[in-house]
Ligand binder design. Structure first.
Ligand SMILES: NC(=O)C1=CN([C@@H]2O[C@H](COP(=O)(O)OP(=O)(O)OC[C@H]3O[C@@H](n4cnc5c(N)ncnc54)[C@H](O)[C@@H]3O)[C@@H](O)[C@H]2O)C=CC1
Ligand SMILES: O=C(O)CCC(=O)C(=O)O
Length: 481
């Protein structure tokens, strides 16, 4: 398709289709084929999970919605270079910062970008997202998405993607290390040696063989941990709100109390939900075995930390490992003190407690895999093709890729309110062309429609776009070609 030189971008449409019909047709761009090439290389180096999200047609026509150099991407919290490299190869403008940002600075920056990449610290609240007028998509370079107001984002037409399991193994390995470290009081012994004290003791130091590990939340991380723990001779029980297949000889128990009654080590692997807030508090610590241990590498909201401090001071809990906290600093530095969390100083005084700065998923392997997965499988495909498979807040939709032969075919993406009568009106507009294929799905208040329409001349795209935008149901319109 040769773009009409006379059609100019319409002011204020940046978030939707800016440059869809602009003069630099991206099919002619030097990076035009890089997506296909990138995806092919990803599918061989990262085969399993890429295949899960769809395969790449060899003859795929690159659909690029913008002049690539106009796409602005802000990456916060030290997103791995693997992801940054893919984005830069696409030709996008990428600004990568190592830290999160305070809300006022975040608002300033987010106004300008089409894509933002974050990890667990950046809070994308409704207040922040209301200012994100150009934003199309959010990439969470982690598992948890509780830091984003997912429903608000969807109602603004902003898709959110994460990496559902690329760091699970790293978390599971950390927990294994912590179980032995707690059982042998290694943190205390090491601290003493650093202070010059030789303290050779065996009292209340244990092997982990034959002990019972209680896993709360038997999802990706919990089940991976189950396998590792059994391999080291532990008995594994787990509690989950869903009935799940046991790995090895692990056993699901019907209630949380059943787990607390039996487990020598209790470890939490649940998401941050209203039901999981403070799910370990005074009553639960009372229920645990005397001298049991607690590990939390899920979210800081899940454990009532003042109650834990009391239980440890009373000798009920013999040790704990915490990787996550209700308040976590936005950057590295001397911030973990009483002014960040009121109980911070009391926590640091305890014996046999391992405190780590939210590093469960912080390994080279995990961060590299997350970078590739979120960028290659989610962000680039969403920006360039509108595919929502893997999105955590939009209905998951996919159309097979257009081929190079389908020259005058455009892909229309229409994100709209999920109300009656929309499809009829949209199809009246699309019906002036040949609708080759179409898919529509909804999630809550928001619906997502994708249609490939053929025999479209570039001069017609603007009209098509404006008619879709004029519908009262419209949240966001994009036309890719
Ligand atoms: N410390 C770190 O660096 C990391 C922390 N995480 C945290 O770990 C959490 C778990 O991760 P995954 O295993 O990948 O999640 P997942 O979604 O695979 O598994 C979570 C499990 O918890 C269960 N669950 C939900 N509510 C529950 C409740 N009230 N009681 C019992 N079980 C409940 C679910 O049914 C599910 O089986 C994430 O949501 C994230 O917050 C994840 C990665 C790294
Ligand atoms: O590595 C991070 O920044 C966050 C890890 C995490 O908590 C997650 O993946 O949910």
């Amino acid at each position: 398709m040769t773009p009409a030189q006379d059609i100019k971008p319409v002011a204020g449409l940046e978030r939707a289709v800016r440059n869809s019909w602009d003069q630099n047709n991206l099919s002619n761009s030097p990076t035009a084929f890089s997506l296909a090439a990138q995806q092919q290389s990803l599918s061989s180096s990262f085969g399993g999970s890429f295949a899960r999200r769809g395969s790449v047609a060899e003859n795929m026509k690159p659909l690029k919605p913008f002049n690539t150099e106009d796409v602005k991407i802000l990456l916060l919290e030290n997103v791995n270079k693997s992801g940054q490299d893919i984005l830069r190869k696409q030709g996008y403008q990428v600004e990568a910062l190592t830290t999160s940002l305070p809300e006022d600075q975040l608002i300033e920056k987010i106004r300008d970008v089409q894509v933002i990449g974050i990890r667990s610290k950046t809070k994308l609240t409704d207040r922040v997202l209301a200012e994100a007028k150009n934003l199309l998509v959010i990439g969470c370079f982690c598992i948890g998405t509780n830091q984003v107001d997912l429903e608000y984002a969807a109602r603004q037409g902003i898709a959110v993607f994460n990496s559902p399991f690329a760091n699970s193994r790293s978390v599971a390995e950390l927990v294994i290390a912590e179980i032995i470290t707690l059982a042998r009081q290694l943190g205390d012994r090491s601290n003493e040696m650093h202070r010059g004290t030789w303290n050779k003791v065996s009292a209340k130091c244990w092997e982990i063989r034959g002990k019972t590990l209680g896993i709360i939340g038997y999802g990706h991380i919990g089940s991976q941990l189950s396998v590792l723990a059994e391999a080291m001779g532990m008995k594994v029980i787990y509690y989950d709100v869903v009935t799940l297949m046991a790995m090895g000889t692990a056993r699901q128990v019907p209630t949380l109390n059943d787990l607390l009654d039996e487990a020598d080590f209790v470890t939490l692997h649940v998401p941050d939900l209203p039901e999981t807030r403070n799910m370990m508090s005074t009553a639960q610590f009372d229920k645990m075995k005397h001298g049991a241990y607690l590990i939390n590498a899920s979210r800081g909201s899940v454990v009532d930390i003042p109650a834990l401090i009391k239980a440890m001071n009373a000798g009920k809990i013999a040790g704990a490992a915490l990787d996550v906290y209700p308040n976590e600093p936005a950057a590295n530095g001397d911030y973990f003190n009483g002014s960040l969390n009121t109980w911070g100083d009391d926590l640091r005084q305890l014996h046999n407690i391992i405190l780590t700065p939210h590093i469960g998923g912080s390994t080279e392997e995990a961060q590299r895999a997350i970078g590739i997965e979120v960028v290659g499988e989610a962000l680039v495909r969403y920006i360039n093709q509108g595919i929502t498979v893997g999105s955590v807040n939009m209905p998951e939709t996919q159309l097979r890729s257009l081929t190079l032969e389908e020259e005058n075919t455009a892909r229309v993406i229409y994100i709209h309110k999920n109300v009656p009568g929309v499809l009829r009106k949209v199809n009246e507009i699309l019906g002036d062309h040949n609708v080759d294929k179409q898919i529509s799905d909804s999630k809550g208040d928001v619906a997502y429609l994708m249609a490939d329409i053929s025999n479209v001349q570039v001069g017609e795209i603007k009209d098509l776009y404006e008619r879709l935008e004029a519908l009262s149901s419209r949240i966001l319109t994009r036309v890719l070609y």
